[in-house]
Ligand binder design. Structure first.
Ligand SMILES: NC(=O)c1ccc[n+]([C@@H]2O[C@H](COP(=O)([O-])OP(=O)(O)OC[C@H]3O[C@@H](n4cnc5c(N)ncnc54)[C@H](OP(=O)(O)O)[C@@H]3O)[C@@H](O)[C@H]2O)c1
Length: 239
């Protein structure tokens, strides 16, 4: 089992939902964490919670859909951490709407954030992982990236694309001792799922919780280096 204590991680979208739960789980393992997002107050509050767990924590505010902002933000975070071992590409947005109902701007924003944002962040972190000949990348897709549904054309397109990008990268960088994992969770009770009307936060026993996702991420990272969690779907036991 790999000991994660002392590792350094960047988590995009770390101020709430799955990203925040993962950041807290990382801190409990002794991992220093840098989180990103656009809401600075929520980032600051999360950094305080992380510091209370005894690790070094920091944040950067940027829109992952803006490459220049990503370049600057990621550089700042790596300078502050000193190095980086783990990248969790978690930030994302969702909106449902029929093909013709959703306007071009909204459709494009979903692709720009979920696909291009993940590409931009990875492009800035990857050279560091290759140089040090080790690293972990965890990319968050969705069950919507495995099958399309009526009204999810933009979201599914972005999440299918994430799987293609992530699996290609995995095959490319295994030789550099970098493990790339593509996760396809089902519905988890976060702001995103509540706003989409597919979950409520008051049914803890029957709906997946962000902590369940975080446990899966940590378990994958703890595997001995000879083993790699290539991908995993997290489902609720409740049908
Ligand atoms: N919840 C589910 O049921 C579910 C299921 C499968 C997959 N997923 C995926 O899991 C990931 C996390 O989702 P979640 O449920 O935790 O959603 P959430 O609660 O809405 O959180 C989304 C996170 O992404 C950040 N973010 C969004 N757009 C951004 C942008 N343009 N630039 C920078 N940061 C941005 C948000 O921070 P700011 O608002 O501060 O920017 C926030 O931290 C997403 O990729 C989502 O597609 C979720």
């Amino acid at each position: 089992m790999q000991d994660l204590k002392g590792k350094k991680a960047i988590i995009t979208g770390g101020n709430r939902g799955l990203g925040k739960a993962t950041a807290l789980a990382f801190a409990q393992e002794g991992i220093d964490v840098a989180i990103t997002g656009r809401d600075e107050k929520a980032l600051q509050a999360t950094v305080q919670e992380l510091e209370q767990l005894g690790v070094k924590a920091t944040y950067a505010v940027f829109d992952i859909g803006n490459y220049a902002a990503v370049q600057k933000g990621i550089k700042t975070l790596i300078d502050q951490l000193g190095s980086v071992d783990i990248l969790v590409n978690n930030a994302g947005i969702a909106a449902f709407g029929t093909f013709n109902e959703m306007d071009v701007d909204q459709w494009s924003r979903i692709i720009q954030t979920n696909l291009m944002g993940m590409y931009y962040v990875t492009k800035e972190v990857l050279p560091h992982l290759i140089d040090q000949n080790h690293g972990e990348i965890v990319n968050v897709s969705s069950t919507a990236g495995l099958s399309g549904n009526a009204s999810t054309s933009a979201y599914s397109a972005s999440k299918f694309a994430v799987i293609g990008m992530s699996e290609s990268l995995m095959r490319e960088v295994r030789k550099n001792n970098i493990r790339v994992c593509t996760l396809t969770p089902s519905t988890i009770a976060t702001d995103m799922a509540v706003n989409l009307g597919i979950a409520s936060k008051d049914s803890e026993d029957s709906v997946l919780q962000p902590e369940d996702f975080a446990e899966l991420v940590v378990a994958g990272l703890k595997l001995p280096r000879r083993a790699m969690l290539k991908g995993a779907s997290l489902w609720s036991t409740n049908p």
